[in-house]
Design a protein around this ligand. Structure first.
Ligand SMILES: [Zn+2]
Length: 177
């Protein structure tokens, strides 16, 4: 594991996060915007790129995400549900891995706690120390397995799935070209 990415930390560089390079860099950059839309933090209607569905400002004539000119493809007023679903799939997959990893970390800390209380030799068997390990260790292991390892695996799996869904969508929408 080289590049570790914490959940919630802004995705600066879309290339090579967690060892996966999206073949659609604009899709990766749109993820955060689409999550805002999914959470209904932004209005559903507006002016969106006719190719990638990025929100455009009134004065934009070229999409800042995919570079498509509005003259080339007429902007649309809403993001298709089908497109929102593929971003949701990525978000959910990543969240499942982060939460699953954190839960695993807590299970490991709990097992360690039980081991210390029952079999811990000398000071290791002291309940206060075991509690400390349960609380602090639980936190650290939840971070390690959730925020670091789980987030990376979840990112890879989620982004792959999303990109495959986008490829299918493009094929359906635009045909073979
Ligand atoms: Zn676009």
């Amino acid at each position: 594991m080289t590049e570790e990415r914490a959940a919630g930390v802004p995705q600066g560089e879309p290339v090579g996060i967690a060892g996966y390079v999206s073949p659609y860099p604009y899709v990766d950059r749109l993820q955060e915007k689409m999550e805002e839309r999914l959470a209904r933090r932004v209005p559903a209607s507006g002016r969106f790129c006719g190719f990638c569905y990025a929100r455009l400002r009134a004065e934009d004539t070229v999409c800042p995400f995919c570079g498509t000119a509005t003259a080339e493809r007429e902007p649309v007023s809403e993001i298709p549900q089908e497109v929102l679903r593929l971003y949701l799939a990525k978000q959910k997959t990543e969240a499942r891995w982060v939460h699953g990893g954190a839960f695993f970390g807590l299970v490991v800390a709990s097992a360690l706690f039980i081991w210390m209380v029952i079999w811990g030799p000398g000071i290791l068997g002291h309940p206060a120390l075991a509690f400390g390990v349960l609380l602090l260790g639980g936190y650290v292991l939840a971070q390690l397995f959730g925020t670091f390892i789980g987030a990376q695996i979840g990112y890879r799996k989620g982004a792959r799935r999303r990109d495959a869904m986008w490829a299918e969508f493009l094929a359906r929408r635009d045909g073979a070209g």
